[in-house]
Ligand binder design. Sequence first.
Ligand code: SF4
Length: 435
Amino acid sequence: MDVIKNVVCPFCGTLCDDIECFVESGHIVKTRNACRIGHSKFTHKKGAVRYTEPLYRENKKDDFKKIDFDTAIEKTAEILVNAKKPLIYGFSATECHAHIEGMKLAEQIRGIVSNTAEVCHGPSVWALQDVGYPICTLGEVKNRADVVIYWGSNPMHAHPRHMSRYGVFPRGFFRSRGRKDRILIVVDPRETATAKLADIHLKVDPHKDYELISAIRSALKGFEVQSETIAGIPKETIYETVEILKNAQYGELFFAMGVTHTVGKHRNIDTAIELVIDLNAQTKFTLIPMRGHYNVNGFNQVCTWISGFPLCVDYSRGFPEFNPGDTSVTDSLLRGEADAMLNIASDPGAHFPQNAVKRMSKIPLICIDPHETPTSVLANIILPPTIAGVEDTGTAYRMDGVPLELKKVIDPPKSTLADREILKRISKKVGELLK
Ligand code: SF4
């Protein structure tokens, strides 16, 4: 049995880079250090459908038939070239060279290109464009943070090794006693597995985060809190919390869907960022969004280098335009404008609003995904890729913007191609058709 060490886990934004994979007869049979989610990404589950050959059907009511790669690429290119408002969406579970190829293709076909941040940390992006981005790396948190807040996030379930590698438990250079050297504050309406570990659990009323952050900001600036309770939290607790934040030597705010998906959305993040800026007048405080997919951040980086904008980029007028709410994939589907879609490395069929999925079920849909998903079953064409970080190399960006090299651990099934290669071949064909 071979043991491959220092493998980077291609699942969540924690991007753990200390995984060991045990390989026997070309299969990963065991992992060490990975959490349960990471482990399941590395190992094949019995009964899971893995696509190893391209599939095609003209009519979505028909069964899929196997076709060869060249024909599948040709049909894909024809669909994209003939569409008036094509979409390219996904990208968060693949590596950065696939992102580059996707951007090139989007410009060629004058489509909208975007990633899963649309339904995730998009509101954080809109907020940081407004008020700034006082971030640090996870290593800074591990070595320095003595006050750590998880606001609207439940890492015990969503980023299982985040607290043990960086946020709470590790012994750092200036935090040699690990957990004992940190105060953990969790803000969540529910008593989550993360909240159970907290020193202070602020059980905020659902959708009232904006009010609570505003009250903390006013108390921090010396104003009196006007009501006995704000957002379900007694005013004394707010004052106590402010004292803890002010007295931090190095504070960290991690935040996630509990504030990006609830009432207020990007305005919740606006005010949270401004709280961190206010705190820096008295101490040192930074924030990090709990990015979801392992390379959702990477797409936003690549998209910005290439187009100037992080997501929701519309090339329909021949140059990049960015106006989320208008130039987003979700809105284009909801308005019924999109007339073809290429989905890669994501599952909008499971995660988009129902009416957007209905539109996906009516228009030609191409899906580049290794496994059967609620999206792939709506497709007309399925192109089978290798799995980046397991069967292929590449670059991914951690939630704090640190790039890491993905390893190839095993060989992919024959007749699969890397995501970047599939997109490159589609691009080439599109170029020929557009001549
Ligand atoms: S915490 Fe995230 S990156 Fe780390 S092993 Fe688990 S799923 Fe993988």
